[in-house]
Design a protein around this ligand. Structure first.
Ligand SMILES: Cc1cc2nc3c(=O)[nH]c(=O)nc-3n(C[C@H](O)[C@H](O)[C@H](O)COP(=O)(O)O)c2cc1C
Length: 158
C-alpha cells in the first residue's frame, strides 16, 4: 500500500523556485505549516526533481495556493520537468516577482508564502526543507485544489 492511500486528499500547491536565470514551477502535495510565531513551513521534495537543485542552491522558494480552476496547469507542472522545458512558457501561469526573496511567484495564486530555508533534512527518498516565512498573503478566498489520486482532484464548497 502506498502511504498516500491513507493521507490523501491533500491540498495541492505550486512551488516556484529560481537559480541563476532559471525559473521553475512544480506541483507538490507534501507540505505543512509548522509554527505560528515565527511563521514556519515545510515542503518535501523528491531527490529526482529538478526543483530540488534550484531550492538547494538558492535556499528560497514560494508556496502558491491555487484555485481548482488551475487543475490542468497543476497536472502539467506535476508531470513535466523544468530541466527540459520552461513551464511558465508552456502554461497560462503568469510570473511575478516575490517581494522578500529573489524568486518568482504565480500571479493567479489565491495566496502565497515566501519561504527562506533554515534546515534541510534527508528523509528517505525525499528532502524535507524547513523554512521561515518572510511574507504571507491571502489575496482572495476561493475554491482550492485537493489531490485524491492519479489525475483526480476535489475541492471545497466555498
Ligand atoms: C498532484 C501531484 C502532487 C505531487 N506532489 C509532489 C510532492 O509532494 N513532492 C515531490 O517531490 N513531487 C511531487 N509531485 C511530482 C512533481 O510535481 C513532478 O515530478 C514534477 O515534474 C517535478 O518538476 P521539476 O522536475 O521541474 O522540479 C507531485 C505531482 C502531482 C501531479
Amino acid at each position: 500500500m502506498k502511504i498516500t492511500t491513507l493521507t490523501n486528499p491533500r491540498q495541492t500547491i505550486l512551488l516556484t523556485s529560481r537559480a541563476g536565470n532559471k525559473d521553475n514551477v512544480m506541483t507538490l502535495d507534501w507540505h505543512t505549516p509548522l509554527s505560528f510565531e515565527p511563521m514556519m513551513y515545510a515542503v518535501s521534495i523528491a531527490k529526482a526533481r529538478y526543483s530540488l537543485e534550484l531550492v538547494r542552491s538558492s535556499k528560497v522558494f514560494v508556496v502558491n495556493f491555487m484555485s481548482c480552476q488551475f487543475e490542468k496547469e497543476v497536472l502539467y507542472c506535476g508531470r513535466h520537468s523544468g530541466k527540459y522545458i520552461d513551464k511558465f512558457k508552456e502554461t497560462s501561469l503568469e510570473r511575478e516577482e516575490a517581494e522578500t526573496i529573489n524568486c518568482p511567484r504565480i500571479k493567479q495564486a489565491l495566496g502565497y508564502l515566501e519561504c527562506q530555508v533554515q534546515e534541510e533534512l534527508e528523509v528517505g527518498d525525499h528532502i524535507l526543507f524547513v523554512a521561515r516565512v518572510s511574507k504571507a498573503e491571502l489575496r482572495e478566498k476561493g475554491k482550492r485544489l485537493f489531490h485524491l489520486f492519479a489525475d483526480k482532484f476535489t475541492t471545497t464548497e466555498e
